[in-house]
Design a protein around this ligand. Structure first.
Ligand code: ADP
Ligand code: ZN
Ligand code: ZN
Length: 825
């Protein structure tokens, strides 16, 4: 007789750890079977990890006995089925473990591990109003957490007398009442600001304040000023920024602290990151110009057919205005829209612009937000059913959209869409295209300088190309002039890094009340510290590059590994000469030279060194846009997407480096960089000017930039790439091997290359030494694979993965670091 037993249920679980595949677990009897996308806690070795259910099935695993899951964390999926498909695809396409994708996708707060310590959130403000409606167990836990410094999950389980406290912990974490220790650390690292408010008792008790004021008025007028200033700024006793208060009252910190000592002022440290709710007025849709309307119509037509569109619009043509209309349509239909921008820095200006149209529907997501903020946005997107707009950097493609109605990838050509380290080394633009295709979502890639690959896709008919060839309201494209540095040097008309042509144009711009942007893609004072006699430059001890001189830090610094020497040596260590000094031009030096050339002009500098803190960037841009500065000097940060109305002149200090960089994309990149930075000039009413300083004024790329002939550039590049076998005609996969022992890297690379050559013949190039052969004491060799574009990846992926895996398991090469990069940029 057959007894029909209900089959054992198994779960495939993806764990945020570098595991190649999902692991299978058993659901214990009596446990409810979780759905796909629910988080579960499972044992792995002697650890417990939080993973995501990838599949539910009853196929008995062969060869091992699966362990039982320990707990179910969520009562509904927090990862959608669509996401599981996308992440699986990413793992396959980018040849990286699924666990790495899961790890990159989930905010830290959603990956609670058993050893994670949980503590109460010291952010008191959040806490008070969030306790309502908590279960007894949750309140018990909260009380217990308040008594201790923090507990791990095991301790929590003991206290509560339950086996699996994850759900309760999650509830507290989601409500902002509890926080994991890592997150707390992150929070304290996050930029905090000190606020002042008046002690509530002092505020409420009548007469106390005026008595205090009377008391200090004569003998400590500064203190009186501070108190008065506060009352003016915050008549109802709310918090004001300490620094703002000091500025307004014209007092220093110690004066304010006197009031703190007297318990009149209370200090509060607050994190000031989140975008506040929008309070301004909502504007109607912008009225499109004639060319914009035409472009919009073709855009829509293609999107309705679900064919992705390349919107190729010159700088200042109003691409954003077209996006706004598309977003509006999606939101009105109750759908979600995803707006990708290449750089976090760009979100600030854009958010302000978009909030005017969409108010609180705008959400922001990127890696500079801490993990609780990211978790919060994650859950909002998951539960959103009214439609919302997410603006984000590349990691926003991981969000749990359920109803995605539009994807915009602005500045699609940008290399920063590509994640370099760690794996997954994905390109958010390409993932967006995959999503659009797979889920039939309208998708627009926008750029003034589209990538060669994307233009090629339109030529192949896989995408539609829509052009906007004029600036909005007929502003002319800037006039681009070339300053021949060789000639000016001969005529002795250079002053430091400034040619006469540039200086004259700057004078004119200042006279007309215009602002100036100066672009130089090197930070620090000078890119090297070099001997005049023998030419020897001081090199990094750990990397094969010269050290950059930073004047403010009075030292030589390596931008790749952090190595530094201070103060810089006064003697050449090669020849002993004392004639050793900074050579070349960095942003810091430009700033200094400007002070000499134009003593009355206010200069701001924007590079990595001046924008390390979280809001520095936004502040600088704000100040520049309010004309608090006349000149903005910066690295590539100033070249992208920024929209300043009053910039009349852009100077490129040196265009030569980018034209000689050894990479098959360097001409394309140079064209993009120069055109983008030029595009910052003359955007509002009058025609702007651009000066490009170079030793090779006749270079064909510069000539193309001058006349804005992007089509010619692409045509030229496509011919070259076809001839030499580069993308888009082939798919590149680069395997980098690194180790501190040069010989071992060499031996390993030879073995791997030989193996791959047996498989893939002359599709394998190398091992070759990359342009930086040693970084941070690791020697590097690259093997480059080129597969024809027509070749389906599934025809070689598995063999390739197996070969790489076999290599990493080879005991001789175990310690070699192997990095696989599909579609490197
Ligand atoms: P792009 O992104 O193509 O470089 P933007 O969208 O930044 O161009 O537009 C350039 C400037 O022109 C912006 O200040 C923008 O507000 C303005 N602009 C463009 N189109 C319109 C429009 N239809 N109505 C009002 N202002 C517009
Ligand atoms: Zn020397
Ligand atoms: Zn270094």
């Amino acid at each position: 007789m057959n007894v029909i037993k209900s089959p054992q249920i198994y779960l495939d679980v993806a764990l945020p750890a570098a595991l190649p595949k999902v692991l299978t677990y058993r659901v214990g009897s009596g446990h409810q079977v979780p759905e796909v996308g629910v988080r579960v806690v499972v044992p792995l070795g002697n650890r417990r990890l939080t993973g995501v259910v990838w599949a539910v099935h009853s196929v008995v695993p062969q060869g091992y006995v699966p362990k039982e899951i320990e707990a179910v964390v969520d009562d509904r999926p927090v990862v959608t089925v669509a996401q599981t498909q996308c992440w699986s695809w990413m793992s396959e396409y980018y040849l990286c473990p699924l666990g790495d994708v899961v790890s990159a996708a989930l905010p830290a707060g959603m990956k609670l591990a058993s050893k994670t310590r949980i503590m109460t959130n010291p952010d008191v403000e959040v806490c008070r109003d969030n306790e309502e409606g908590l279960s007894d167990a949750a309140l018990n836990l909260l009380d217990a957490l308040r008594l201790r410094e923090g507990m791990d999950l095991k301790e929590i389980a003991d206290v509560l007398g339950v086996a699996h406290p994850q759900r309760i912990v999650r509830l507290l974490v989601d409500k902002g009442l509890a926080i994991s220790e890592e997150e707390l650390k992150e929070k304290y690292k996050a930029k905090k600001k000190t606020f002042i408010r008046i002690d509530s008792e002092v505020m409420e008790e009548e007469g106390v304040l005026s008595a205090e004021l009377d008391r200090v008025e004569k003998k400590a007028p500064a203190q009186a000023r501070a108190l008065m200033a506060y009352l003016e700024m915050a008549p109802n006793g709310e918090g004001v920024l300490k620094t703002e208060l000091q500025n307004k009252a014209g007092v220093n910190s110690s004066v304010v602290n006197k009031w703190v000592e007297k318990n009149v002022f209370v200090l509060e440290d607050r994190v000031v990151d989140r975008i506040g709710s929008y309070e301004g007025k909502i504007q109607g849709m912008p009225v499109l110009s004639q060319p914009q309307t035409t472009a919009y119509k073709s855009l829509r037509k293609s999107l309705i057919e679900r064919k992705p569109v390349l919107l190729h619009g010159v700088t200042g043509s109003g691409k954003t205005e077209l996006y706004v209309h598309l977003i509006n349509e999606a939101l009105e239909a109750g759908q979600q829209a995803l707006f990708l921008v290449p750089e976090i820095a760009l979100t600030t200006q854009l958010i302000v612009r978009l909030q005017k149209f969409f108010g609180d529907k705008v959400k922001v997501y990127h890696s500079r937000f801490n993990s609780s903020e990211r978790t919060e946005t994650w859950l909002k997107v998951l539960d959103d059913n009214k439609g919302s707009l997410v603006v984000g950097a590349r990691s926003a493609i991981f969000l749990p959209f359920k109803n995605l109605g539009l994807i915009i990838v602005d500045e699609e050509h940008e290399a920063s869409y590509k994640q370099q380290d760690p794996a997954p080394r994905y390109n958010a633009r390409d993932v967006a295209l995959w999503m659009a295709h797979k889920w039939s979502v309208p998708c627009v890639l926008g750029s003034a300088t589209p990538s060669v690959e994307t233009v090629w896709s339109t030529e192949e008919g896989r995408m539609t190309k829509v052009d906007l060839t004029e600036r909005y309201s007929g502003v002319m494209m800037p006039e681009i002039l070339v300053s021949d540095l060789k000639k000016e040097q001969k005529q002795r008309s250079m002053r430091g890094g400034f040619s006469k042509l540039l200086r004259d144009n700057m004078v004119e711009a200042f006279e007309n009340g215009k602002q100036v942007i100066l672009f130089q893609n090197r930070r620090g004072y000078s890119p090297s510290w070099q001997c005049d006699l023998c030419g020897d430059a001081v090199m990094c001890e750990r990397c094969e590059i010269p050290l950059t001189f930073h004047k403010k830090l009075h030292g030589l610094h390596c931008h790749h590994c952090g190595y530094h020497v201070a103060p810089p040596p006064k003697k050449c260590c090669a020849c002993g000469s004392t004639s050793i000094k900074p050579k070349g031009l960095g942003t810091e030096r430009i700033e200094e030279e400007l002070a000499e050339l134009f003593p009355d002009v206010k200069v701001a500098r924007m590079d990595l060194d001046t924008t390390r803190s979280k809001h520095a960037h936004a502040k600088l841009l704000d100040a520049f846009s309010n004309h608090e500065y006349d000149v903005l000097v910066g690295t590539q940060m100033v070249s992208k997407g920024l929209d300043f109305a009053n910039v009349g002149l852009v100077g490129v200090m040196s265009a030569d480096k980018m034209l000689t960089f050894p990479d098959f994309r360097s001409f394309e990149r140079a064209y993009q960089m120069l055109t983008q930075v030029a595009g910052r000039s003359g955007r509002s009413s009058e025609r702007g000017t651009v000066i490009i300083q170079t030793y090779s004024p006749d270079h064909w790329v510069i000539q193309r930039v001058i006349i804005g002939d992007h089509a010619k550039l692409v045509e030229h590049e496509l011919i070259e790439r076809k001839n030499f076998g580069y993308p888009p005609y082939v798919r590149l996969i680069r395997i980098s091997l690194r180790h501190s022992d040069e010989k071992r890297v060499k031996a390993g690379a030879e073995v791997l290359a030989t193996r791959l050559r047996q498989r893939f013949c002359d599709r394998v190039a190398g091992p070759d030494t990359p342009s930086m052969a040693r970084v941070n004491d690791l020697f590097r060799l690259d093997i480059l694979l080129k597969f024809e574009r027509q070749l389906n990846m599934s025809s070689y992926r598995e063999v390739l993965s197996a070969d790489i895996e076999e290599f990493t398991l080879d005991s001789r090469f175990k310690r070699l670091r192997v990095k696989v990069d599909v579609d490197p940029v």
